[in-house]
Write a protein that binds this ligand. Structure first.
Ligand code: 13P
Ligand code: SF4
Length: 308
């Protein structure tokens, strides 16, 4: 089949089966282009929770589709490939959190949304990079807090809020490569540009970066918002480079430079148009979460969705 035929067939099946196609900003450009909604983890969770569609086809990674299944238990949630992992989600385990809760009975576990449903079930508050600061600031004083699994985001939030937190020791392999040296090199190479940095990045919690007047820390959605409202013409994007696809579409007159063009998340690229079409035709791969885990994971996710 030609590309145009695949796209036409996707559109036909989507309508016939009342499907909502969600894509993360890091999905392949051609997949972003056929999605009903493109967003970051928080925006996609909201769409999944609110949709009237019968089927949600989630073009992201597995934990995101699981989150949609927790939030929309009566919808059929599909992922275009069998299992798209995430180095961060795989860095935390439910058993470890149970042990921490046993040792810290009054403690609170704050987990980034990049976690499995089983980990969310052991979590008190889920957060995303969009609302982690606000949620951590709202926690009662004097209570032990474990933040996981992303040690870089955790260190950044701890510095910004002044809150002492135990940090889980995992990271995103893409953002771990975006260190202080690469950010400093970008500042030097592009003296007019703003450098927009995802807080999962290793360099994001370095005070010299945090205090630099041309460095800004944002979730992916925040990066897009900054680029649109800024009067600057040039931006270095310090996150997964597929983010440039929408940035360029939305801001045709501005220049965007990926800090590390080859530093991509292969998990997010598993699905192309063909996989999307097959998923719609065969209604695969179904993502479900057992009720016992789902009900507990929902509590921490709903707490997250109450914040902005
Ligand atoms: P956000 O979608 O919260 O910006 O996180 C980025 C990411 O790494 C998703 O896997
Ligand atoms: Fe996971 Fe990092 Fe890929 Fe996001 S970019 S899905 S955090 S490995």
């Amino acid at each position: 089949m030609k590309k145009e035929e695949i796209i036409a067939e996707i559109a036909r099946l989507k309508k016939e089966k009342n499907v909502l196609i969600l894509a993360h900003y890091y999905a392949r450009p051609e997949v972003q282009d056929i999605a009903d909604f493109i967003g970051d983890s928080l925006q996609l969770s909201r769409q999944a929770a609110e949709t009237q569609a019968d089927i949600i086809l989630f073009c992201g990674v597995h934990f995101m589709a699981e989150t949609a299944a927790v939030l929309s238990p009566y919808k059929k949630v599909l992922a275009p490939t069998k299992y798209a992992g995430c180095s961060l989600a795989e860095g935390a385990d439910a058993e470890g959190l149970r042990r921490w809760h046993e040792k810290n009975p009054t403690g609170l576990v704050v987990s980034y949304v990049n976690t499995t449903a089983a980990v969310k079930a052991e979590t008190d508050y889920c957060v995303t990079s969009s609302n982690a600061l606000e949620i951590v600031k709202s926690l009662p004083a004097g209570v032990p807090v474990l933040f996981g699994p992303d040690r870089n985001l955790g260190a950044y939030i701890a510095k910004e809020t002044g809150r002492e937190m135990e940090l889980w020791d995992a990271c995103c392999f893409v953002h771990e490569r975006i260190d202080t040296e690469s950010i400093e090199a970008a500042l030097y190479a592009y003296p007019e540009a703003d450098v927009l940095i995802h807080p999962e990045s290793k360099g994001a919690n370095d005070v010299s970066v945090m205090n630099h007047p041309r460095c800004f820390m944002y979730s992916t959605a925040g990066i897009l918002a900054h680029a649109s409202r800024s009067s600057k013409q040039q931006f270095v994007i310090a996150t997964e480079p597929e983010t440039l696809h929408l940035l360029k579409k939305q801001n045709p007159g501005k220049e965007f430079i990926a800090i590390q063009l080859e530093n991509r998340c292969h998990y997010m690229k598993q699905a192309g148009l063909w996989e999307v079409l097959e998923a719609l035709r065969e209604e695969k791969y179904r993502v479900t979460v057992p009720d016992e885990i789902r009900e507990r994971a929902l509590i921490s996710l709903e707490r997250m969705l109450r914040f902005g």
